[in-house]
Design a protein around this ligand. Structure first.
Ligand code: AMP
Length: 338
């Protein structure tokens, strides 16, 4: 449903979670190769088909983040990361969630039409209870804020992984209910699109994840990146032996970054023998370094200039606020506040 946006191209919305950890630029930033290949790159590729809106979900982070300096730094770090990875702030919208406080007015309006039972069934809330925790009201209400994030910007589609489907269902329910109660066209009903994204293995073969300690930070300097790639697990077959690339970790990682010709070439060399896993890792390193070096340079330049990042985020927030106010004014009139 695009009637209220007035644009031919649909709007896609992506929320970016600040990572929650302290960031060391020298150690490659807060984002790892799995985040890049599995989340950032696919999310930026959506710009071919949609008008893309990206927001940094700092108020969502506050449900668990208790370190103000880390939060501030994380926000800048993810902004620098996405900009370095190709987010073009002239063509796409990038801003901090907290800069558009209109989202809380919409959250309240939604709170007044959602049954508490629906929130009690929320995954994040139930998981916290199952772990024996006493979840705060932020975790309980999180799906309402997420629905407001989505609906405030007239989002037509939201790319989601399987774990976020439920929240999006709630946003759809809310939007449908708003239109039923207050008239069709009051808000845009968002649709889920299942994000096509690979799962990236870490250097030990398990899913790359900070909790497994097997990550390759995205912006590792040249030498450190090479050392990280050399740690990728391989079997101990002799250099002379022919090797099967399919299923081998080095080759699986290579396939995620190299083009078809490069893949065919490497597979041929491995199968022919007299070519060790160490050679293949060097090849993987070179392809990665070729792609990541310019990104790393942009990232480091941005991190050295926080004012530039803040300026981009503020300019994005100004534009986002215009969309938000338009939606909110429609909703306020519909519910009888204005
Ligand atoms: P996290 O830091 O785990 O919350 O992940 C942030 C984003 O990166 C999410 O969209 C994840 O789906 C994605 N992601 C994290 N680890 C991987 C991985 N190993 N492979 C692919 N995507 C990943």
């Amino acid at each position: 449903m695009t009637q209220s946006t007035g644009h031919a191209q649909k709007v896609s919305l992506t929320g970016i979670k600040p990572t929650g950890t302290r960031v060391s630029i020298e150690e490659g930033g807060s984002v790892h190769l799995g985040n890049y290949l599995g989340a950032i790159r696919p999310a930026l590729a959506l710009a071919d088909r949609y008008r893309c809106v990206y927001f940094i979900a700092d108020y969502h982070a506050l449900t668990s983040q208790r370190d103000p300096d880390a939060l501030r730094e994380n926000v800048r770090d993810v902004a620098a990361t996405w900009l370095a990875c190709g987010l073009d702030p002239d063509k796409m919208l990038l801003f901090r969630q907290s800069s558009v406080i209109e989202v809380f007015e919409l959250t309240w309006i939604f709170a007044c039409i959602v049954a508490t039972g629906q929130l009690e069934r929320g995954h994040a809330y139930k998981d916290a209870l199952d772990r024996g925790e006493a979840p705060n009201a932020g975790i309980f209400n999180y799906p309402l804020l997420m629905a407001a994030d989505i609906i405030l910007y007239d989002s037509d589609v939201v790319p989601v992984g399987p774990d976020q489907r439920q929240h999006l269902e709630l946003a759809r329910d809310i939007a449908t209910r708003m239109n039923h109660l207050y008239g069709e066209g009051t808000v845009v009903v968002p649709e889920a699109v299942i994000a096509e994204a690979p799962t990236v293995p870490g250097f030990d073969g398990r899913k790359m994840s900070k909790s497994y300690g097997n990550t390759i930070p995205l912006f590792l300097p040249h030498k450190a990146l090479r050392s990280a790639i050399m740690k990728v697990k391989s079997d101990s077959s002799a250099m002379e032996a022919p090797k099967e690339p399919e299923g081998a970790l080095v080759y699986e990682l290579f396939k995620l970054v190299a083009n078809a010709d490069q893949q065919a070439e490497l597979a041929k060399k491995l199968r022919a023998g007299n070519y060790g896993w160490g050679h293949a890792k060097q090849e993987l390193f070179e392809v990665l370094e070729g792609q990541l070096a310019p990104l790393r340079e942009r990232y480091q330049a941005l991190r050295a200039n926080p004012k530039e990042i803040d300026g981009v985020l503020e300019a994005g927030a100004d534009r986002a606020r215009m969309v938000a106010r338009r939606t909110l004014s429609r909703v306020r009139r519909a519910v009888g506040i204005e």
